[in-house]
Design a protein around this ligand. Sequence first.
Ligand code: NI
Length: 168
Amino acid sequence: MGDPLLQQVAAPVRHFDAQLAALVADLDDTMRALSGAGIAAPQIGVSLRVVIFELQENPRYPDVAPVPYTVLVNPVLAPLGDAQEEGWEGCLSVPGMRGLVPRYRHLRYRGFDLHGAPLERTVEGFHARVVQHEVDHLDGVLYPQRIADLRNFGFEDALTGRLTATPD
Ligand code: NI
């Protein structure tokens, strides 16, 4: 957080080529090494509109439905309805901290997979949240900018007892 690259609007991907595949491999490695649920290309220094995310079934998050491994290129989000809900978020670019962030509950997203095939999904809950969080990274927005009340932002250790178990 604070790196100008994380405050930029990232550029669309033009070519679904070996360079894109290498970028996604780097994103995979980084996300897995840090045990994150998602990551965006600007977080590893590449200002392109590429995000990946995945949440495997995990006993730590019994209330969170799994999210399939997804590579999403040039994403477009369309909220379905006005309903929002608050949930605790963390971010690999803001280590050790958590904040309570309002997000749309339902949305449809579109984009392309690693090979340039169109992808469209209608999702809700944590899946909708992780997509909104990752796509924000492509528009230069980090989750602390979305926190409605900054008393709901702090170090993970200090928030113990208030945090509901949610993935990064
Ligand atoms: Ni993040």
